[in-house]
Structure formats: C-alpha cells, structure tokens
Design a binder for this molecule. Structure first.
Ligand code: HPA
Length: 274
C-alpha cells in the first residue's frame, strides 16, 4: 500500500460502490469463529479482501477475510468477516484500513466483536463481556505520524470511546435474551504470544477484565473518524495463570463455536434495535 492513505481509501470505496447498491449505516467486525454470522444476513455482495483495491488478505486460521454488504431486517450493513492483526506483521495503517473504508462508506456505528482471555472475577470460558473502555498496551497507536485531517482531529478525545447509549442497549438485549454477561475494560496487546501469568496479574491490578490482540486499533481509528462504537468480547478462555491448563488457539476457536449461536442472536437483535 502506498503512503497516500486517503487516496487508497477513496479507491477502495469507489470500487465497492461500483459493485453494490447497499448504503450501510452500521459496520460490524466479526472476531475469530464468528464468521458464521453472515448466514443470518441477506447478503447482497461478498468481496474477498484481495478483490478490493489496497485490501490485504488475512493470514490467520479462522478468519476468512471478506467484506460483505447486505441487510438484516432491512438495516443495511457492511461486515468484515475476518480482520487484520498487528501481530501478523502489518503496520497499524494497514490494520485499520478496512475500518477506515467502512467509515468512508458512510457507517455511523461500528460494532466490534472479538475473542478474549478473561481474568475478571467470576468469569468462565463462554461468557460475554461488553467492553466499557480499553487500555492500549500495544506500545503504538494507529494515529502515529502526520495527522490526516480529512479523517479526523490530531488529538481525538477517548473519554467515551465506547458509546454509552449503545452499551445500555447491548445490556438490555443480553438481559432480554437471558444471556449472562460481564462489563469491563479490555486490554489490547500485540500478541502473538499469549500472556504470562505475571502479565495477567498486572492487567487485573490495572482494572482490566479481559485481554486480546485486536479491537484497540480499530476502535481508535473509528473514534478518530467520529463513529459511535460498541464492542463485545467472547471470553473464549480463562487467561494465563487463571486457566488450569496451557492456552491454545484450538480452545479459542472451540469456545467461540460453542457460543456462536447466542452471539449471533445477540448481534442480530442489537443491529435490528439500533
Ligand atoms: N490472550 C490474548 N488474546 C486472546 C486470548 C488470551 O488469552 N484469548 C483469545 N484471544
């Protein structure tokens, strides 16, 4: 990708708009194991990442890498099935490029989902957590470098990075569906190693309840561009030192699969109520 981020976004958006009539108001990023959500949509167009100018394919198992346009109950949306992670070796501008393209397609609201390790009191694998706030432990920020004024301000406010009204709406839906959930702070790390038990103890003492290797860059880029954001983690495993066994990506995907139906039911209802 060349350095002209705005031109690259414009080229991607022009291509997508030339192939699709959908005018999405909502964007959704699906985390590992959640790709099945698209089977609940009326899909108009599926773009493999490598078909869109300047999009980079994903390299992670369980993330297929498609941008999908369509609707759920008449609500038009754009969905990223799979995402780019910093640990794949992409620079941050590349990681947040699909989020910026969704914003430039006209979405007002971004719903982010992810898998995370849980260390909040009373957490179990398979629980959900509504993200109220985050701590960026990635050691960098997607907005580093000259500010791109057409995207947003130099120093974006992050006081309400996760929109309060959307959080309340998410809570109501989990309650109505009788699905147990937590609320808390997500700590974003680079990965790809899982954490050490000492790191998890530190994150807990910092006020976190879940840790994961995504979401923070996209949420920063979305706030920069003025989107309202909601995010929900699937606690796919207890974090290192809390879990009685070693962590594996298999455990993450198996748990995500196990709770996929409740996660999809939640997302469907959330989108149709927004
Ligand atoms: N740590 C970091 N990222 C994760 C985890 C974890 O335990 N589980 C799923 N994503």
């Amino acid at each position: 990708m060349n350095n002209n981020v705005v031109q690259n976004i414009t080229d991607a958006v022009t291509y997508i708009k030339s192939q699709s009539k959908v005018k999405p108001r909502i964007g959704v990023i699906l985390g590992s194991g959640l790709g099945h959500f698209v089977s609940h949509m009326n899909v108009e167009t599926t773009f493999p990442f490598n078909a869109i100018p300047n999009f980079i394919p994903t390299t992670v198992e369980g993330h297929s890498g498609n941008l999908i346009l369509g609707d759920i109950d008449g609500v038009q949306l754009v969905v990223l099935q799979g995402r780019l992670h910093y640990y794949e070796g992409h620079d941050m501008n590349t990681v947040v490029f699909p989020t910026r393209v969704m914003a430039a397609l006209g979405i007002e609201i971004l719903i982010v989902t992810n898998s995370a390790g849980g260390y909040g009191d009373g957490m179990n694998a398979g629980d959900f957590m509504i993200i109220e706030d985050h701590i960026n432990m990635m050691g960098t920020n997607p907005l580093m470098g000259p500010n791109i004024k057409t995207l947003g301000p130099r120093f974006p406010d992050m006081t309400q990075a996760y929109d309060k009204e959307l959080l309340e709406m998410a809570e109501k839906i989990f309650r109505a569906q009788k699905v147990f959930f937590h609320k808390g702070t997500y700590i974003g790390v680079t990965g790809p190693t899982y954490e050490t038990p000492s790191e998890i103890r530190m994150f807990k003492s910092m006020g976190g309840k879940a840790v994961g290797m995504s979401t923070v860059p996209e949420v920063i880029a979305a706030n920069h561009m003025g989107l309202r954001v909601a995010a929900v983690s699937c606690i796919t495993n207890l974090a290192a030192g809390i879990s009685a066994h070693k962590l594996t990506h298999d455990e993450v995907t198996v748990t995500a699969k196990r709770v996929e139906k409740s996660f999809c039911d939640f997302l469907k209802e959330f989108i149709s109520k927004i």
